[in-house]
Design a protein around this ligand. Structure first.
Ligand code: C5P
Length: 231
């Protein structure tokens, strides 16, 4: 049985490369994240093909942000495809709008992008305070406004899991690295098993799998690590 706690980020250049990678991963991987880079290269068609022809679960990482009416319309359009997860920014008006028309999709809110530091938030006139406090506050707000879950760094997962509003909600964490893997541009990483221990329901892993010389073996190593941590 495949373990859908692992979501592979298919950040390859286009839909053809995405389908080739999914074929190499075969039945080892049951859940894929299709992001913005891929969405401009046939990503939605790839998502539909992976779901309809190959029975895969799909996470559309679109990080939507707009006026409520536009978000509602975009989410309504996407909901017809029956995919699993969709990201929106965690601002209350965006989350509320997405929740109106999501159908069976789960709406995951982005709290504060993990690539931003305090100086970036200052430059965007975001209120003062520690980023971790703001992340926790924005996660709570997103849940209260109808988000089914949040995207969080593995370190933030434990803080968010501790919120009363997080009961029954999903926490999905990118920024995980199997022990010994190249960090790339990810800074605040944990291993996949640690992320699950911190309260994550799913881990998103990209480059350590798709950029590996043997992607299937790399995916199986992550899955083995998750199984080991269950014991
Ligand atoms: O290759 P890597 O494992 O770093 O890929 C992580 C994926 O998760 C990428 O698709 C990246 O865009 C996404 N992501 C992230 N950090 C966030 C939100 C999304 O790394 N805060």
């Amino acid at each position: 049985m495949t373990d859908d706690r692992l979501i592979v980020a298919l950040d390859v250049p286009d839909a053809i490369a995405g389908l080739q990678m999914a074929t190499r991963l075969g039945d080892a991987v049951s859940f894929y994240k299709i992001g913005l880079g891929m969405l401009t290269g046939g990503g939605l068609a790839l998502a539909n093909e992976l779901a309809d022809e190959h029975g895969k679960r799909i996470f559309l990482d679109m990080k939507l942000f707009d006026i409520g009416a536009t978000v509602e319309a975009a989410v309504q359009g996407l909901s017809q495809f029956g995919h699993d997860f969709l990201t929106v920014h965690g601002d209350p008006h965006v989350v509320r709008a997405a929740a109106q028309t999501k159908g069976d999709m789960k709406i995951l809110a982005v709290t504060i992008l993990t690539s931003l530091d305090r100086a970036d938030l200052d430059a965007s006139l975001i209120k003062s305070g520690e980023i971790t406090d703001l992340v926790q506050e924005r996660a709570g707000l997103a849940f209260m406004n109808g988000a089914d879950g949040v995207i969080a760094s593995p370190q933030e997962a434990a803080l968010i899991r501790a919120l009363p509003e997080a009961a029954g909600k999903l926490i999905v964490t990118p920024g995980v690295r199997p022990a010994g893997a190249d960090l790339g541009d990810q800074k605040r990483v944990t291993t996949p098993a640690q992320a699950i221990e911190n309260g994550a329901d799913h881990v998103v892993v990209g480059r350590p799998i798709w950029a590996n010389a043997d992607p299937r073996a790399a995916a199986e190593a992550v899955l083995a690590e998750l199984r080991l941590s269950d014991q």
